[in-house]
Design a protein around this ligand. Structure first.
Ligand code: ATP
Length: 767
């Protein structure tokens, strides 16, 4: 009976850890990699860690910041503690959280509470009933079986196909524990062994966007659901029924093999789709899919083991860049940077280039060198959850092809300490706060030296409020505790580089290269000026706006936004940065009131499809503003959108179905969305005057390499702000100053306490 109860607990526990969107979807490979005997210990540790989450102080499970509010002003936004009511965005149903931009809401999202109807509560209850039963044996087993078949648990166990994969694992574990033939199998034999968690999640996404794949996966699901049944039936028999165990084992193996094959080809295909395709464009989708599958097949078939031809990496890496990203040749600066002697010697490095200069590729090659050649783990730190997710989907295919794990540390995702890998190395992609927790856990477990490289994107964030302080603490700890860990920082907007170099003990490389020319303009009244650093006033007259404004239009649109956007859309894309979320929505609505009805005809079918998808993503409720604006190819984009809405809108915008997004500065932090023209509605973020860094990041969205051939930005300003704007466009980026020091009582104290807690330093001993 005890055995039965603990088996039920195990089944549910494993299922929970592998829910889609849960960090623990990596449980499958993680378990496969465990040394014999570690299994139970890790399971307990994981559960403990999850429980601890609710009680841990900010440092261990810190709240992540909401980009829309933190990034713009450079000041910390009011943090929302778990359980506190979120602000309900316009587009959301009551109670729906913003999973992508507000990590705090994510923090507990993946873990069932012990509330009355939760699955854990039911299992607890079930166990209690076991304990209380006077009679052992059949009756108890029947009860267990009956309860496990109860509706809610059945639903939980069959809710996703990711859980189906888990189920394979679960069955296998059960068999191992009952002395089945698989008990001695090596972890490497497990077909899910080389599937990183992120890729399992990507697979989940892929499936929903492909009819063919859906068909196949439905078959898998059907097979798996029969596995649930078998698993549950198994509870009614004695576990040492060898015959049935063998049959089960062999059918499981076949099934797992086919899942592996399918998963691998599916994921490679997924990675090929770098520029998201509007999901319901069936014709295009089918053509693309078959092409992707061909590429995937060819790639898998051609195994290459040569080392060296591409910056010390296998030539396969170069091929993958061509296939997945269309990058055939490195820019000259990229080559120079990668071949710098300080880089070869693995010294720390800071490099700085304008937005869209191709900084990420250099970092990626260095990360691959570390993972594949030096066989060390790598941590990549990005400022926002959305950027982490973008990077995860971009690099997962590389992980599959080249044999390393890509692990997400953002929102509720991430395992502390990370799973120890025997063979393959891990690329942790983390937000600032999760990176800090990860580094703490590696120090605590004496594994910090397993980290070969730390890459920090948007290094200038180090000077931004409490988030900057956390980043600074993280890097300080790495520098102090691991002499062998290399640190690379990159940014488009650095000024006091010497200070940063001193802090990171780093070399510096910079270039002004930008593959696509970006022209900057200012608009005052109906005159457009070009920013010209050579001119005495820093700007020169460019042109007058010619657009016939009616009285009502002039009243509604004093800034001539309609005139500016209609010069570009619908054939080219346009981003309009607005100072606040509300303003984003208002501007989108206002524009659509005055757009010609002709705009409704542009890609009409796809826009209808988008509306349908938006509606079904929020349980039938479509935001009334989007309902009015999407038919014109216009939408707003801010931190109040749900993750699903954001994804749908971004995809539609990338595919050209939407041609205009009104957005907050959320979008300025490196998200790769095309814009021929970027308009800054005002030189403000909320009520704060724009900073140079923010200005540069926003205008940097225009003219992206590989997407656009030219780009331009227009900053709209009033006469009263002219002087301030002229200073803004001419002055250098803001300096980064330590916020650990500025917030002396909080920052430094937190660092000291943390170092004592981690046993990096100790209290001074008493004489
Ligand atoms: N050598 C190359 N050839 C062609 N395209 C490239 C090359 N290197 C990078 N790119 C492409 O240029 C675009 C911008 O690159 P990336 O995002 O790395 O720029 P960045 O410098 O990091 O910009 P930001 O500071 O805005 O984040 C990407 O679409 C990338 O795929």
């Amino acid at each position: 009976m005890e055995e039965g109860a603990s088996r039920i607990r195990r089944r549910v526990s494993v299922h929970k850890r592998t829910r889609p969107g849960s960090a623990s979807a990596c449980a499958a490979p993680a378990e496969a990699e465990r040394a014999p005997g570690e299994a139970e210990e890790e399971e307990e540790e994981g559960a403990g860690a999850r429980r601890r989450k609710t009680a841990q102080p900010a440092e261990a499970q810190p709240a992540e910041a909401q980009p829309a509010e933190v990034h713009p002003a450079g000041s910390s936004r009011p943090s929302r503690s778990p359980g506190q009511t979120p602000v309900i965005p316009t587009s959301q149903q009551p109670g729906a959280g913003d999973q992508h931009y507000d990590s705090e809401e994510d923090m507990f999202g993946d873990y069932d509470s012990f509330s009355e109807n939760s699955i854990l509560a039911q299992v607890e209850d079930l166990e209690q009933r076991y304990m209380q039963l006077p009679e052992q044996g059949k009756h108890a087993t029947d009860l267990a079986s009956e309860d496990l078949h109860s509706e809610s648990i059945k639903n939980e166990l069959s809710v996703t196909h990711v859980s189906d994969f888990t189920e394979c694992k679960t069955n296998e574990q059960t068999e191992n524990q009952t002395g089945g033939e698989d008990a001695a199998a090596e972890p490497g034999d497990d077909p899910l062994y080389d599937v990183p968690s992120s890729q399992v999640l990507c697979f989940d996404d892929l499936q929903s966007s492909s009819d063919d794949l859906h068909h196949q996966s439905t078959q898998e699901r059907d097979r798996s659901s029969s596995s649930h049944k078998t698993g549950n039936e198994e509870l009614q028999h004695q576990p040492n029924d060898e015959m049935s165990s063998k049959v089960q084992t062999s059918s499981d193996t076949n099934r797992r093999k086919s899942i592996k094959d399918f998963l691998k080809s599916a994921m490679t295909g997924n990675a090929k789709a770098q520029i998201p395709v509007f999901s319901r464009n069936k014709q295009l989708k089918e053509a693309l899919l078959s092409e992707e599958m061909n590429v995937a097949k060819e790639t898998i078939e051609s195994s290459s083991s040569d080392l060296g031809p591409f910056y010390s990496l296998p030539s396969k890496v170069r091929d993958l860049y061509v296939q997945f990203k269309g990058i055939e040749k490195l820019y000259e600066w990229q080559h120079t940077c990668l071949t710098l002697s300080c880089v070869q010697e693995r010294k720390n490095l800071i490099y700085s280039l304008p937005t869209s200069g191709g900084k990420t590729l250099v970092a990626e090659i260095l990360m691959l060198q570390e993972l594949l050649c030096r066989r060390k783990d790598v941590l990549m730190i990005l400022p926002y959850v959305a950027l982490v997710q973008e990077k995860i989907s971009g690099l997962s295919s590389f992980g599959i092809e080249l044999g390393f794990f890509v692990e997400e540390y953002a929102g509720s995702k991430g395992r502390f300490p990370p799973t120890k890998r025997r063979e393959k190395k891990s690329l942790y992609i983390a937000t600032i706060e999760k990176a800090h927790s990860l580094v703490n856990s590696l120090i605590e477990t004496g594994r910090i030296s397993s980290l070969g490289l730390v890459v920090v994107d948007e290094l200038h964030m180090i000077g931004e409020g409490s988030r900057g302080a956390i980043l600074e603490m993280t890097l300080a700890k790495v520098i102090y505790t691991s002499k062998t860990t290399q640190i690379i920082g990159m940014s488009a907007t650095l000024n006091n580089v010497k200070d940063l170099q001193e802090f990171l003990q780093a070399e510096y490389y910079s270039s002004q290269f930008r593959p696509v020319e970006l022209k900057e303009y200012l608009k005052i009244n109906d005159t457009i000026y070009e920013v010209d650093s050579k001119a005495e006033s820093s700007m020169t007259f460019s042109r007058l706006l010619h657009y016939k404004y009616s009285d009502s239009l002039r009243k509604m649109d004093p800034d001539h936004l309609v005139a500016l956007v209609t010069e570009v859309i619908p054939n080219y894309s346009c981003l309009v940065f607005c100072p606040s979320k509300k303003n984003c929505e208002n501007v989108a609505e206002m524009l659509c009131k005055f757009l010609d009805k002709e705009y409704l005809k542009h890609r009409e079918k796809e826009k209808c499809e988008l509306m349908k998808n938006l509606r079904s993503s929020s349980s039938g409720h479509l935001c009334p503003i989007l309902r009015r604006t999407v038919p014109f190819g216009v939408a707003y984009h801010h931190g109040g959108l749900t993750g699903e809405e954001r994804k749908l809108l971004e995809e539609a915008y990338s595919a050209g179905v939407l041609c205009l997004l009104t957005c907050t500065s959320t979008l300025a932090a490196g998200v790769n969305l095309p814009a021929r023209r970027v308009i800054l509605r005002a030189p403000y973020v909320a009520k704060e005057f724009l900073k140079r860094n923010q200005y540069k990041q926003m205008i940097g969205r225009a003219g992206r390499a590989g997407i656009d051939t030219t780009g331009e930005s227009i900053l709209i300003l009033q006469e009263k702000d002219k002087q301030k704007v002229l200073e803004l466009i001419t002055r250098p980026p803001e300096n980064c100053y330590s916020h650990l020091v500025q917030q002396f009582t909080k920052g430094i104290q937190a660092l000291f306490l943390s170092l004592i807690g981690l046993k990096v330093s100790a209290y001074p001993s008493l004489p």
